[in-house]
Write a protein that binds this ligand. Structure first.
Ligand code: HEM
Length: 522
C-alpha cells in the first residue's frame, strides 16, 4: 500500500514538473516566435559546461533565424529574446529605451562590486550615469592624454630593451603584453597610481587584472548568472566578481580614499572625481579642461552622494572595462596588421607623415587626426568587438517594437553584436580585415544598427572616447618605433575563448616586434 502511495506521489510530482517545464519552454512557440527547439536537456549543457558562450549561442541563433526580426531561446529555463532586425534594435536601444533600460542584473546582488554602472538599471542607473558622465568629457580625456601617452612610451622602452637584447627582434604574445600596458594606463587614470606592470609582471594589479578576466569556469558562470539568472542567484549564492577581486578592490579603494582625504591630495584622475561624488554628490564642470559646449545635467540632477561601496564598484568596472577592451583591440589590430603588410605599410606611412607634420610630437591632436588609423581601429572593433553581445531587460510587459509579439516584464533581450558584424548582407567577405569598409562612402551604405562595438542609446559605452584615444595612442607610439610580423607560432585565424565574457583569443597571438630603421618621433 505504502509503495502504491509513493508511486502515486512521485507520478503526480513528475507530471507537475513536466507540465511546468513544458509550459516554461513553450513561451516562444505559443507566441509564434521562431527559435531552436527548447527543452531542459537541449538548452542547458553546452552553456553551463562552459563549452559555448552566450555570444556563440546568439551567433548560432542569428545564422539560423536571421530572416526573422526576432528569435527566442531559453537560458536557465527563462525565455530570452534575440533581436535581429536593425530597426527593432534601434527601438529597443534608443526609441523605446525607457521600457528596456535594464541589462539583466538584479538590484539586490550582495556582491559589493555589483552595484556598478554596467549592471544597475532604472533610477539608480540613471542617477549614477548622469553623475559619472562628466568624468569622460573630451576635455578630461585631453587632460589625461599625457598620462596614457607615458604608459605607451614605457611599453616602447620595454620592447626596445628586449629587441636590443635579442639581436634586433622580440617575440611575445600580444594580448598579455597589451594587458600590461593598459593596466598601467588605467591605474594611472583611475587611481593616479603607477602600477608599473610593464616592468614588473608580479605587480598585484596585474594579478588582480588576470584574476578578474581569467576565462575560468567560475568567472564565466558568475557573469552568466549576473545577466541571465537572477532567479537562480539566490539559490546558487553567487556574486558578480570573485572573493579575491572583492577583497583587492575594497582594500585599494579604501586605502586610496583615506590617504587622499587625510592629506588633502587632489590629482587629475577619476578617483578624484569619484571622491567628489562621495563628498558632494556631483562633479562640477572644470572650466580649465572641459569644453564650453559639453552639457552638464549632473548638477541639476539628484545630488545623493555615493558611499564608499558605490565608489569601489565603479572603480572595479572602470578598471575591468578600461584595460580589457583596450588591450584586446590593440593586440588584435597589431595582429591583423602583421598578417596584412599592405595595411601595415599604409598605417606606418600615415604615422610617419602625421608626426612629421606635428614636429615628431605624439599629441592628442596628432593621434586623433590619423584617418587611416581610425579606419583600422573601427575594422578591428567590427571583427573583434570586446563584447560579442549586449543585453537589455524588458522593464514592463509590452509588445516587442514593430511586431505583434508580447514580451513579459523581466525578459532578457540579446543584441548579437558579433553576429551582426559578420552578416555578409552588410559586410561582404566578412572574414577579411578591410579598413576601407569605414570610408565615408561605404559607411553610408549600411544601416547604423549593424555596427555596435560600443552598444547604442542612453546606455552606450560611457567611455568610448577614452577607449579609442588610449588605443590609438598606444598604436601610434608603437608603430612609430616598431614594425610587426607574425611569428611562425602565430595562429592563422583567431579562435575566441568560449569561457571568456569579453572577446579574448583562446590561443596566443605571438607577434615579432622589429625596430624600424628611421624613428618617426623625436
Ligand atoms: C574600445 C574600447 C571599448 C569598447 C569597445 C567598449 C564597449 C562597451 C559596450 C559594448 C558597452 C555596453 C553598451 C550598451 O549596452 O549599449 C559598454 C559599456 C560600458 N563601458 Fe565600455 N567599452 C570600451 C572602453 C571602455 C573604457 C575605457 C571604460 C572605462 C574606463 C568603459 C566603461 C564602460 C562602462 C562603465 C559601461 C556601462 C555603461 C552603462 O551601462 O551605462 N568602457 N562598453
Amino acid at each position: 500500500m505504502l509503495v502504491l502511495i509513493l508511486v502515486g506521489v512521485v507520478s503526480v510530482l513528475a507530471t507537475a514538473l513536466y507540465l511546468f517545464l513544458d509550459r516554461r519552454y513553450s513561451v516562444w512557440k505559443r507566441r509564434g516566435v521562431p527559435g531552436p527547439p527548447a527543452s531542459v536537456s537541449l538548452s542547458v549543457p553546452k552553456l553551463l559546461l562552459g563549452q559555448e558562450s552566450m555570444g556563440d549561442i546568439a551567433e548560432r541563433i542569428y545564422s539560423e533565424f536571421r530572416d526573422s526580426p526576432i528569435a527566442g531561446s531559453y537560458v536557465f529555463g527563462s525565455p530570452v529574446l534575440h533581436l535581429h532586425d536593425p530597426e527593432v534594435i534601434k527601438h529597443v536601444l534608443i526609441k523605446d529605451f525607457q521600457d528596456f533600460n535594464g541589462r539583466g542584473g538584479d538590484s539586490d546582488n550582495p556582491d559589493p562590486l555589483a552595484s556598478n554602472l554596467f549592471l544597475l538599471h532604472g533610477a539608480r542607473w540613471r542617477n549614477l550615469r548622469v553623475k559619472l558622465a562628466p568624468t569622460f568629457t573630451s576635455g578630461k580625456i585631453k587632460y589625461m592624454f599625457d598620462t596614457f601617452n607615458k604608459c605607451s612610451e614605457n611599453m616602447a622602452d620595454y620592447l626596445s630593451e628586449k629587441i636590443a637584447a635579442n639581436g634586433g627582434k622580440h617575440t611575445e604574445d600580444a594580448r598579455p603584453l597589451m594587458i600590461r600596458l593598459f593596466v598601467d594606463t588605467i591605474c594611472s587614470v583611475v587611481f593616479g597610481i603607477e602600477s608599473n606592470v610593464i616592468k614588473n609582471p608580479d605587480s598585484e594589479f596585474f594579478h588582480a587584472a588576470l584574476e578578474a578576466v581569467k576565462p575560468s569556469y567560475p568567472n564565466f558562470f558568475r557573469a552568466l548568472v549576473a545577466l541571465f539568472g537572477h532567479d537562480w542567484r539566490k539559490v546558487v549564492r553567487t556574486g558578480f566578481s570573485s572573493a579575491d577581486s572583492q577583497a583587492f578592490f575594497t582594500k585599494i579603494v579604501e586605502e586610496t580614499v583615506e590617504y587622499r582625504e587625510k592629506n588633502n591630495v587632489e590629482r587629475p584622475d577619476m578617483m578624484n572625481l569619484l571622491i567628489q561624488l562621495k563628498n558632494k554628490g556631483f562633479v562640477a564642470p572644470d572650466k580649465e579642461v572641459d569644453s564650453q559646449d559639453e552639457k552638464y545635467e549632473a548638477v541639476s540632477g539628484d545630488l545623493q552622494k555615493l558611499d564608499i561601496k558605490d565608489v569601489t564598484a565603479q572603480v572595479f568596472v572602470f578598471f575591468l572595462a578600461g584595460f580589457e577592451s583596450s588591450s584586446g583591440t590593440t593586440s588584435f589590430t597589431l595582429y591583423e596588421m602583421a598578417k596584412q603588410p599592405a595595411v601595415l605599410a599604409k598605417a606606418l606611412e600615415e604615422v610617419d607623415r602625421t608626426l612629421k607634420e606635428h614636429n615628431g610630437k605624439i599629441s592628442y591632436e596628432s593621434v586623433m587626426s590619423m584617418t587611416y588609423l581610425d579606419k583600422c581601429v573601427s575594422e578591428t572593433l567590427r571583427m573583434y568587438p570586446p563584447l560579442g553581445f549586449v543585453s537589455r531587460e524588458a522593464m514592463v510587459t509590452r509588445k516587442v517594437p514593430l511586431t505583434d509579439v508580447t514580451v513579459d516584464k523581466g525578459t532578457r533581450v540579446v543584441i548579437p553584436i558579433h553576429a551582426l558584424h559578420y552578416d555578409p548582407k552588410y559586410w561582404p567577405n566578412p572574414n577579411l580585415y578591410d579598413p576601407e569598409r569605414f570610408s565615408e562612402e561605404q559607411k553610408k551604405t549600411r544601416p547604423s544598427q549593424v555596427y555596435l562595438p560600443f552598444g547604442d542609446g542612453p546606455r552606450i559605452c560611457i567611455a568610448a572616447r577614452l577607449g579609442v584615444a588610449q588605443i590609438k595612442t598606444a598604436l601610434v607610439t608603437l608603430l612609430a618605433k616598431f614594425t610587426v610580423v607574425p611569428n611562425a607560432q602565430c595562429v592563422d585565424k583567431v579562435k575566441l575563448h568560449p569561457r571568456s565574457f569579453a572577446t579574448a583569443p583562446q590561443y596566443p597571438l605571438n607577434l615579432t616586434f622589429v625596430a624600424r630603421s628611421k624613428r618617426a618621433t623625436v
